[in-house]
Each structure stands twice: as structure tokens, then as C-alpha cells.
Design a protein around this ligand. Structure first.
Ligand code: T68
Length: 815
């Protein structure tokens, strides 16, 4: 296997600088060195990529196709260097050149083809699949513009397009010869073939050419390289005089526009369904291209299409790719002439579905009208799937209309994509134990009762390679110096760190590392329009998408409360604290944007109030994304995981904080429950309503926040200040809506849907405990180390092994 040595790498960088820019090393910019280095690294990857594929083909292993609208990759260069174990060589060469690897890494745009947790999970899964030696293809969309860049102006979020491909992306490879055609619209004509069988022919359609771009996913130190295949759309009908002459001019223009629009931009909605036609086009586009390719590839080496499920499994990341079920049926019926029964047997043994939310506003349902016009053949197939499924329900439940209402795929003029995904899959999983339980008992109860064996839990995980080895080099060395480096590919080894938790020297060293990481973050914040902050203060961090259920509002209301207490009593016993936020709000989510403004306004007042002696500070980190996340987790003391219990399916940020030795301040929601179980609840700060309590209130019409407001003077005071201009004399109108959401029942259902006032006192009390605990440095250090030691379960390697064993049944390949 080719491994670069120092001279070869230097030579390669020089060559690429010449080829790409006609420059010598001494004349090259950082951007140019980044490009040249990336191409040099890619050369090493290519050899491993090819040999991996050869090995997979020779062994004829089963492949998982991970279908996802989102892959939130983060930067590739640093990660690839680590995975190839080239860090020493690269550092030596760059030192010669007189430049730091970190600075070169900064030149790479963050490929941000995802919104948040769901997209990042997909990226962690690919990393683990390669590292564990399983054959996998990630299938997604090559959005021209990924997640927007967030700029904060005057406290308000402004969205700026993310032109990540502007300078070309060195790690991608266009694969023109693997392109396929995807058809939209038109109508279906039914004819008979020579054997008298009915044939369904889509006519008068528009089409685009789907062109794959492959990105390498490099396994850690094992020479395995899998592929993330993201599809771009090109026009099929080349716009030329020829088509003009044939009278196809209009069609040519339309097809060109269709191709241009499909992959233009990622929808920046996290956990919210908007029902836009273009979104459905995106979904069908990448699903059709991926499934067509997967079936073609299978048929290159196999004769019998019936055995497809032995070699291929399609994992649907939420319902976004759930047209997979119908698209596979279409290919099997229309292209391979199978009977319905045969096709259904194959489909329901190849497809599996992961659910990521119980929130009703995120459930995808498409109006029949829109759907059937865009995808006429697919709609016919869904109708037939639904018809046959309803027949089963009728037989099994004596035509119970309740069952039909809950389970029908087509209902009330809409196609319910979750129901399609469940009916078409052999496996349905939730992403944390609590979440899966809620699915079984509430949201998907009828499906669970009908087919209990389909349902299973796969608690999420994260890759320790990016979020510790790459993101926190100091703590990585600390760990490795004590327990060796096996944790890098087997996080359960972290357990061995437990014996150092009580060791004073380890405690001191751990706290010193945390301090250094806090200094690094403080510098970053200062450099990016933030205030000066004190690395000796507690870094209390909430970074995640902005959503009401995640309750950034609860956090900032506690800050307001603390500030007002401090104003009343300037000698109050308080450990200096820096409250750090990072969050993007979906562009049309006005209340979320108002909460960002509120955080910034509160920050302005507090940070500029000399009378409180810098005891509290509030920082809003602009443009939270994977690359700065790595640095933020490393610097955190407190991990805020404060969603309304039952609402956060799992959370994965919670795991990244734990891995970096932050203590969880959280509700018993999502994977927090399992975190508390692993490290011991006494080593976390748990507060608030339980999921059962929340669900109970919800089933009984909510609760009355007015009672709390009327009796709790602390709450009343901050809420009044919110709307009276105390924190923003000019823009406080923006906060009236937030206030109303907590109190006024002008919402159809009820006020304070997310139980912020209900949990407020319990949160304040938990925050007080955090501060008391921090005073005991030795206890804190011990507990932080225990958190790291007990994070083994939360590696995505563990999650992937469970998917493999229970769902995908893949064979491990070693090279
Ligand atoms: C997240 N979901 C869950 N959705 O909220 C989080 N939705 O609890 C969980 O840890 C994570 O998935 C991984 O399982 C999302 O991130 C979306 O981003 C999304 C995007 C488009 C439409 C709907």
C-alpha cells in the first residue's frame, strides 16, 4: 500500500502548485497550499479507494445504501490526514514550508449539506462504516448552496448563501459515465406487451440527467475507503437549434430550468415540513438516481433480481427518501417485469426506515394533487400499495375505521410518507430508548401492534475520531498517555480512564487542558466579533439548531433572572459564568429568530454593565457549524440539554460534550436518559418534568402558565422586562410574540407548549447546584473524567455494529 513519506509529499505539493497555479511554494497563498495539499492527500486516498472496491467486488459483500437528504460532513482535509495516519508527515512538511496545518485547514469551506442532528448523524455513520470495514454507499444531493452562513447584524440573524463549491472541492470526483435519467410529470399510458401483460409507460415527461459526484470516506487506519455519492442534475435536452427546429424549444428550456433548480439549495428547515414541490422533486431525484444505480450495479454481477435483498439494503434516513419504496417497486415491475407479489417481497426485504422525530409538524404528507402530477407512475404504485395494505387491515381488524384513519397511507387527500415507509420496510427504528418507547406506545402504536417485530431501537452515536481525536488534541493525548490509543477505534476502552478520576495529578492535568481549550475558544470568539471572556469562568454552553422545543428561551430566561438577582444583590455569592450560545434559526421561523435577538440583546446589556464586575457574560457565537463545534465542545464545562422531555428524539451534541468532559445539565429526554444511566445520575444535573408528565399534560389540554406567572415574582419580573424594553429599548416589539407564546392563549391549543415556566424553578435550582459543584474543583475534575470514561456507549461505532447485526447483516472486510 502506498504511503507518502516526507519528500514525496513535499514533491507532490510542489507539483500541484505548479499544475494548478503556476506557482512555487514561496509564492503560493494559503488557499493554494490547501488545494495542493488536498490533491496530494487525495492521491493517497485514490489507491485505497480502488483497492477497497476491488476487495468488495471479489468478496461480493452486501452493501448498505444510506439514503439521506443530508450529510453534514464538516471539513475533510484534517480528518482524512488523521485517518490515513499522515499527520506527522504533513506537519513536518508544512513546518518546512513555514505554515501551520490548522491554518491550512481553515481554508477549507465546511461542506454543510445538512441542517443539524440528522445530517451530522449520517456523516458519523459513514465514518464508522469505513472504520469498521463495512461496504456502504451514502446517497445524497450535491446542493450547490448548503446550509446558509449566519451573520449577526445588530443582534438579528441574516442568512448569507454558502457558496462552498466556489473554488472547486478537491476531494470530489465527477462520475459522468454513471449518470442516469430521472423522469418527472407527463402521464402514464397503459399498453400490452407481446405476452399480453399490461405495460405502464410514462409519456410526455420532463427529465434530467442525474450525475454522481463521489466523495471518499476514509476509514481510520484500515485502508478502507467507502463512497458518499451526491447527485447533481444536468439538462438532458441540450438547448440547441436542433430542438428549436423540432418545435421542442419550450421543452428544452423547461428541462434546463428543472435541472438548474433541483440541486440549487438545501432546505434550511430542521424538524419542520413545508410541503414545497421543489422539495419533493429533490427527494425523488436523488432516490430514483440512487436506486437505479444500485440495481444496475447489482445486476452487473448477479443474475437473479429476486436475491437483491441478500446483497443490498436501503436505509432511509427519516421519511425524506421514503419514495424509495415505490421507486424500487417501479423498477422491479416496469423494468424487470416482475409480478406485484415478487416485487413487493423484494422491496419489503430491502428497505428499512429510521424515525427521528415525534413532532407532528415534521411529518411529511404530500397533497395527492401535487404528488400525482409530479410523479404519476409513482403515485399509481402508492395507491396500489395502499389498497392492498388496507385490505390487510380490514381482514385483521374487521374493517375498524379507527385503524384505517391512523394507518392508511393515503388519507384525507394526502400521502403520509411515514406510513409508506413503515409499510414498505422490514425494520423501523427510533434513535434512543425513550424515543423508541414513545413511538411504540404513542405515535406509531397501531403499526407496532400490527407488526411488533419490525420495531427496534438504535441509540445514536458520534464519531470520537472527529470529535475528540481531531477536535481536542490535548485531551486526546491525555487519554492516550493513560490508557493507550485503543479508544480511537473502540470507545469502550475509555472505561479504563475511571481509575484516574480520583488521581489528583490527572485531575489537575485535566483541568489545565480544559483551561487551554477555553483559552482557544475565547480567542476564536474575540476574533469573530464576540466579547472578551474569562477562561476562568464556567463555560456553560448550548449549541444546536434554534427551536422552541430545545428551549434556548429557558436558558436565556435563567440568565435574565440571575442578572436581576445580581443587580438586586451585588454581593451575591456567584461563580463567574460565561453563557455561550450557538444556533441557526430556519429562515422563515420568526419566533426562533426573535429568540436569537433576545439572546443578543440580553448579552449586550449584561456584557456592558460594569456594575456586575464581569460575573456573568453572554456570548452568541455567529455561524455555528461543524468546524467551530469541534472547538466549542472541547472548551465546555456545562452541556445544556434542556429540551422539553419527550421532544428531542435523541440529541447527539449531548454525547459530544460528554466525550469532551463536560457535565450534562439536562432533562430526562432523548439520549440524556442513557447518558445519566451510563455515568450515574449523581454525575449529571437532571431537572424538570419527565416525558410521561409532559405527555400526560398534553393529553389533558396542557397546563395553565398564568398561575405560575401570577405567583412567581421572579418569572413575572423577567417577563415584564422582556417586553418593556429593559433589554432592548428599540427592538423589544420582537419579544412580544415570545411573551405571548408563554402566556396568551391566542394559539389555538394553549400557551407555553414547551413547559418553560413549568420547568423554570427546577432549572434554576439545577443551575444553583452546578455552581455549588464547580466550587469543589476536585469533585468537578473527577466527575468530568468520569463522564469521559463512561462515554463508550455513545460511539457511532457501537451504533453501526447494532445496525449491522440487527438490520443490515453486513460482512466485515479487512484489507
Ligand atoms: C434530529 N432531527 C433529532 N431533523 O431532532 C435529534 N427534519 O434528536 C436526533 O438526535 C437527530 O435527528 C439524529 O437522530 C433532525 O435533525 C432534521 O434536521 C430535519 C431536516 C429536514 C426535515 C426534517
Amino acid at each position: 500500500m502506498k504511503v507518502l513519506n516526507k519528500d514525496e509529499l513535499r514533491h507532490s505539493i510542489e507539483e500541484y502548485l505548479k499544475i494548478l497555479y503556476r506557482k512555487e511554494v514561496s509564492e503560493a497563498s494559503r488557499m493554494q497550499i490547501y488545494q495542493a495539499l488536498s490533491y496530494s492527500i487525495k492521491d493517497v486516498i485514490i489507491d485505497q479507494w480502488m483497492s477497497t472496491h476491488r476487495a468488495f467486488e471479489e468478496k461480493d459483500v452486501k452493501t448498505v445504501y444510506y439514503l439521506s437528504m443530508e450529510f453534514l460532513l464538516g471539513r475533510a482535509l484534517g480528518n482524512n490526514i488523521i485517518s490515513l495516519k499522515l499527520d506527522k508527515v504533513v506537519n513536518t512538511v508544512l513546518e518546512e514550508i513555514g505554515i501551520k496545518l490548522e491554518d491550512i485547514e481553515e481554508e477549507e469551506p465546511d461542506p454543510a449539506l445538512g441542517n443539524g442532528g440528522l445530517g451530522r448523524l449520517a456523516a458519523c455513520f459513514l465514518d464508522s462504516l469505513s472504520t469498521l470495514g463495512y461496504a456502504a454507499v451514502g446517497c445524497g444531493i450535491r446542493y450547490k448552496y448548503g446550509m446558509f452562513k449566519q451573520v449577526i447584524e445588530n443582534g438579528f440573524q441574516i442568512e448569507v448563501p454558502d457558496d462552498w463549491l466556489k473554488n472547486g472541492y478537491p476531494f470530489e470526483m465527477k462520475q459522468d459515465d454513471l449518470s442516469v435519467i430521472v423522469k418527472f410529470g407527463g402521464y402514464v399510458r397503459i399498453t400490452k406487451d407481446e405476452l399480453g401483460r399490461e405495460k405502464y409507460i410514462q409519456e410526455n415527461y420532463s427529465s434530467v440527467r442525474a450525475v454522481p459526484y463521489d466523495l471518499p470516506i476514509v476509514g481510520y487506519g484500515n485502508h478502507i475507503v467507502n463512497t458518499l455519492r451526491i447527485w447533481d442534475a444536468e439538462a438532458t435536452n441540450h438547448f440547441n437549434l436542433d430542438s428549436f427546429d423540432k418545435g421542442d424549444y419550450q421543452k428544452a428550456v423547461e428541462d434546463q430550468n428543472l435541472a438548474r433548480s433541483i440541486c440549487e439549495v438545501l432546505y434550511p428547515n430542521d424538524s419542520h415540513y413545508a410541503g414545497k414541490e421543489l422539495r419533493l422533486k429533490q427527494q425523488y431525484f436523488f432516490v430514483s438516481a440512487s436506486i437505479q444505480r444500485a440495481v444496475l450495479k447489482y445486476m452487473e454481477k448477479h443474475e437473479d433480481i429476486h436475491k437483491l435483498p441478500e446483497k443490498v439494503v436501503f436505509q432511509m434516513n427519516d421519511t425524506h427518501p421514503s419514495v424509495t419504496v415505490a421507486e424500487l417497486m417501479r423498477i422491479l415491475l416496469d423494468d424487470y417485469n416482475l409480478s406485484w407479489e415478487e416485487a413487493w417481497e423484494i422491496t419489503t426485504h430491502s428497505c428499512a426506515y429510521t424515525n427521528h422525530t415525534i413532532m407532528s409538524e415534521a411529518l411529511e404528507k404530500w397533497p395527492i394533487d401535487l404528488f400525482s402530477k409530479l410523479l404519476p407512475r409513482i403515485y399509481q404504485l402508492i395507491e396500489e400499495i395502499n389498497r392492498r395494505f388496507l385490505m390487510n387491515i380490514k381482514v385483521q381488524y374487521n374493517g375498524d375505521p379507527n385503524k384505517i384513519e391512523k394507518m392508511a397511507i393515503i388519507y384525507n387527500g394526502h400521502i403520509r410518507m411515514a406510513n409508506l415507509a413503515i409499510v414498505g420496510s422490514f425494520s423501523v427504528n427510533g434513535v434512543a430508548e425513550l424515543h423508541t418507547d414513545i413511538l411504540k406506545k404513542q405515535q406509531l402504536r397501531d403499526f407496532y401492534e400490527m407488526t411488533p417485530d419490525k420495531f427496534n431501537n438504535k441509540t445514536n452515536g458520534i464519531t470520537q475520531r472527529r470529535f475528540l481525536l481531531h477536535g481536542n488534541p490535548l485531551l486526546s493525548s491525555f487519554v492516550t498517555s493513560r490508557i493507550g490509543d485503543k479508544w480511537i477505534t473502540n470507545l469502550q476502552h475509555m472505561k479504563n480512564l475511571e481509575e484516574f478520576a480520583k488521581d489528583p495529578k490527572s485531575q489537575r492535568e485535566f483541568m489545565e487542558i480544559k483551561y487551554q481549550n477555553k483559552v482557544r475558544l475565547a480567542e476564536y470568539i474575540k476574533l469573530h466579533n464576540g466579547p472578551e471572556i474569562d477562561p476562568n469562568s464556567i463555560f456553560d454552553v448550548q449549541v444546536k439548531r434554534l427551536h422552541e422545543y430545545k428551549r434556548q428561551l429557558l436558558n436565556i430566561m435563567h440568565v435574565m433572572y440571575l442578572y436581576e438577582e445580581l443587580k438586586k444583590n451585588p454581593n451575591m455569592d456567584i461563580v463567574p459564568r460565561t453563557f455561550i450560545f450557538g444556533a441557526k434559526a430556519s429562515a422563515g421561523y420568526h419566533r426562533a429568530k426573535a429568540i436569537i435577538k433576545l439572546i443578543n440583546s440580553v448579552g449586550d446589556v449584561i456584557n456592558n454593565d460594569k456594575s456586575i464586575n464581569n460575573k456573568i457574560k453572554v456570548v452568541f457565537i455567529e455561524n455555528y457549524r461543524v468546524s467551530n463545534a469541534e472547538m466549542i465542545f472541547a472548551a465546555a464545562d456545562v452541556s445544556e440539554q434542556i429540551s422539553t422531555a419527550s421532544k428531542e428524539a435523541s440529541g447527539t451534541g449531548n454525547m459530544k460534550f460528554m466525550l469532551n468532559g463536560a457535565l450534562t445539565l439536562g432533562t430526562l429526554d432523548g439520549a440524556n436518559v442513557e447518558i445519566a444511566e451510563e455515568v450515574g445520575v449523581e454525575n449529571t444535573f437532571i431537572f424538570g418534568l419527565t416525558a410521561d408528565e409532559v405527555i400526560h399534560y398534553e393529553l389533558h389540554g396542557g397546563y395553565n402558565p398564568r398561575e405560575i406567572y401570577d405567583h412567581d415574582m421572579g418569572v413575572q419580573s423577567i417577563m415584564k422586562h422582556m417586553i418593556e424594553g429593559y433589554y432592548d429599548p428599540i427592538n423589544h416589539d420582537a419579544f412580544q410574540d415570545i411573551y405571548n407564546s408563554l402566556l396568551d392563549s391566542y394559539q389555538l391549543d394553549r400557551a407555553d407548549q414547551y413547559f418553560i415556566l413549568k420547568d423554570f424553578r427546577s432549572y434554576v435550582e439545577a443551575q444553583r447546584k452546578v455552581q455549588e459543584a464547580y466550587k469543589d474543583k476536585s469533585w468537578w475534575a473527577k466527575t468530568a473524567i468520569l463522564n469521559v470514561a463512561n462515554c463508550g456507549k455513545f460511539s457511532s461505532d457501537r451504533t453501526i455494529e447494532e445496525y449491522v447485526k440487527d438490520i443490515w447483516k453486513l460482512e466485515k472486510v479487512t484489507l
